[in-house]
Write a protein that binds this ligand. Structure first.
Ligand code: SF4
Length: 375
């Protein structure tokens, strides 16, 4: 039974220009009705969950919710779910919606990990991304988290922003480092279709940086953070010892998870299912006692193998050769060419991406799939 629970909060103050997550402009009445619906869904799903080791409240901007909604949510969780003795409980936060009082409320409810979306410590880059905050505000919000005494907090950063230079990326990383986060996520900006940023690029109003400087930014982050004690444990994630994100590790290990909220995905007994993206329909269905999951797909053998490879290779430890064998895969044999050209290597029982392979991981995975005869 799933030991991980994801809860989606689809509200933000304003949509960022690059955002393709499910989130709409915050409205208090809608957020309260949504919290009621979430609690109904959590009650309906309680028998599908095991003893929870991780809970992740993501968004959107969860910290936009009023304290009373958080209290209602956590009361519902306590009354209906059993928690392991020391579960990891994460809440995502964004500058502009998090202060001392909000953090106090979260900690009093048992939250023990906060992940804050800073993205950049450069005001021009924040403007390009359409973020609602300045670099100073991001600094203050993160300092408030740090001053609360919580050790397990993470900072999200983005590189490859139009107009960004390697020097400004170095500045962002060093500012983040001065805040001593236990964890840093560093994502490359990928303009998704149907975002205003994509439209601006398509119309030539702004241009993305060239590939080479972006690869240098990624390489610099790996070197900078690794030399400061952060383990590069996943393509985009770095953690001090004992502070890897357990909830996300479960995704990359293809562990089961249960999810609640509009657009939220669950993975239970080989089925991936997704709730409706329509927030009002989500609320309406739950008011009628229906779980609004319009899509459910059984992950059959070939797709399970593909997931095992592309999720497993995201982790820098790589894929267990023994586990792959259980799926009928001869990893050393299939990988021989990629090992020869330096994109993959074998370390003990694991096949993993080399430094050269990490920066072109997507093409390495495509070649692996081709070698295995997978589409
Ligand atoms: S804060 Fe995050 S979820 Fe909200 S609009 Fe910006 S990128 Fe999207």
């Amino acid at each position: 039974m799933p030991e991980a629970l994801y809860i989606h909060i689809p509200f933000c103050i304003k949509k960022c220009l690059y955002c393709d997550f499910l989130s709409v402009t915050y409205n208090e009445a809608l957020a309260k009705a949504y919290t009621d619906a979430l609690c109904k869904e959590l009650v309906l799903k309680k028998d599908f969950a095991g003893e929870l080791k991780t809970i992740y409240i993501g968004g959107g901007t969860p910290t936009i919710l009023p304290d009373e909604c958080f209290r209602q949510l956590f009361t519902c969780l306590q009354n209906n779910y059993s928690l392991s003795p020391s579960p990891e409980i994460t809440v995502e936060a964004n500058p502009g919606t998090v202060d001392e009082s909000k953090i106090k409320t979260l900690l009093s409810l048992g939250v023990n990990r906060i992940s804050i979306g800073v993205q950049s410590f450069n005001d021009d880059e924040l403007k390009t991304l359409g973020r609602i905050h300045t670099s100073d505000e991001a600094m203050k919000a993160t300092e408030a988290i740090k001053d609360s005494g919580i050790k397990n907090f993470s900072i999200d950063l983005i590189y490859g922003i139009p107009g960004q230079t390697l020097d400004s990326w170095k500045h962002t990383l060093s500012k983040a480092f001065t805040l001593s986060p236990a964890h840093i996520s560093s994502y490359e900006l990928t303009p998704e279709k149907n975002t205003p940023l994509y439209g601006l690029i398509e119309s030539g109003k702004i241009s993305m940086p060239d590939e080479e400087p972006v690869l240098s930014m990624y390489g610099y982050a790996i070197d900078y953070l690794s030399s400061r004690g952060y383990e590069h444990y996943e393509i985009s994630n770095f953690a001090l010892p004992h502070f890897k994100c357990l909830h996300n590790l479960n995704y990359w290990d293809r562990g089961e998870y249960i999810a609640a909220g509009a657009g939220a995905h669950s993975f239970i007994r080989g089925f991936r299912s997704k709730n409706t993206d329509d927030i009002r329909r989500y609320i309406k269905d739950l008011n009628k006692g229906i779980i609004p999951e319009p899509e459910s797909t059984e992950i059959k053998c070939e797709d399970a193998t593909k997931e095992f490879i592309f999720l497993g290779l995201r982790k820098t430890e790589g894929i267990s050769i023994a586990k792959a064998k259980e799926l009928g895969l001869d990893m050393p044999g299939v990988c021989s060419e990629l090992i020869e050209d330096g994109h993959l290597e074998i370390q003990g029982d694991y096949v993993r991406l080399t430094r050269k392979g990490l920066v072109v991981s997507n093409s390495v995975i495509v070649r692996l799939f081709e070698g295995l005869g997978l589409d």
